[in-house]
Design a protein around this ligand. Sequence first.
Ligand code: KG4
Ligand code: ZN
Length: 334
Amino acid sequence: NTNELILAIETSCDETSAAVIKDGTTILSNIVSSQIESHKRFGGVVPEIASRHHVEQITVIIEEAMQQANVEFADLSAVAVTEGPGLVGALLIGVNAAKSIAFAHDIPLIGVHHIAGHIYANQLVQPLLFPLMALVVSGGHTELVYMSEDGSFEIIGETRDDAVGEAYDKVARTLGLPYPGGPHIDRLAAEGKETIAFPRAWLEPDSYDFSFSGLKSSVINTLHNLKQRGEEMVIEDIAASFQASVIEVLVKKTKRATEEYGVKQLLLAGGVAANKGLRQALDEEFSTGEVELVIPPFSLCTDNAAMIGAAASVKWRKNQFSSYDLNGNPGLDL
Ligand code: KG4
Ligand code: ZN
């Protein structure tokens, strides 16, 4: 315990968030302001609107996070911020806010990768045990990440087309559900049955990569055919059938990866980690406890600054600081 206090900022997409994290594990505050209502009528995130909201919100959200944590800027060990990937205009708001605070109060600046943040959300739940595997499933990412130690990320498999969350949102849209559609499909799937055998994209036998665009097209075609034949569609069953296909592939590939790499833990990360069907399927698959399954609470699955603070703590301990030329980088590599 070093009394390490990190102010973290996240503005990569449509959530403006600030958090104060103690020793990389304890959340003193985690304020999240969602813009979902503003983007809903466009059926997705509009980058220009996102940037404007971040500008309006950022100062208020940071002040609220500091107040709730009862911390002064002078007490901070560092200020951390998501530097990428994400929407460039959105990232810049957070990066500039963090730089200003670092400069004004003469404290270290730490740039954090958004996906490292999603993975390290798990450190706010439980101590991490290496080597570990992380299944990252969000609106922009679908990756299996092997970590031999803190701060080391090896992507062993990733999507070749759509991210899981993207597939959920696109299918939801064709079903006439509001944005973001993931949670709606999840809810409907729980009330339906798998009546349609949608394809599973296993790819090459030894591949840990994923593909969801074929499945997405198959769902869209099925809906189209039902409509043409004038048949009734049971939306719950379509949701359940789609979700069953997604989950089976995710769980089987993840299981094989944990076995081949001999990991101690499996971490679930990203917005789609909120999916009840996926959480339950992983719980069952890893019920023996041989590999410890860690799943963050819902509030730490979708975008938030607490996870950025947890990831920044690892860099803080290694003195991995950023300079004032830190920039928003929409295509940043993990
Ligand atoms: O991590 P996140 O908040 O933002 C990105 O970095 O992308 O993830 C958002 C994604 C959206 O596609 C949303 O539909 C999906 O996570 N999502 C879900 C659920 N909750 C959020 N997908 C399936 N089931 C859910 N319960
Ligand atoms: Zn995210």
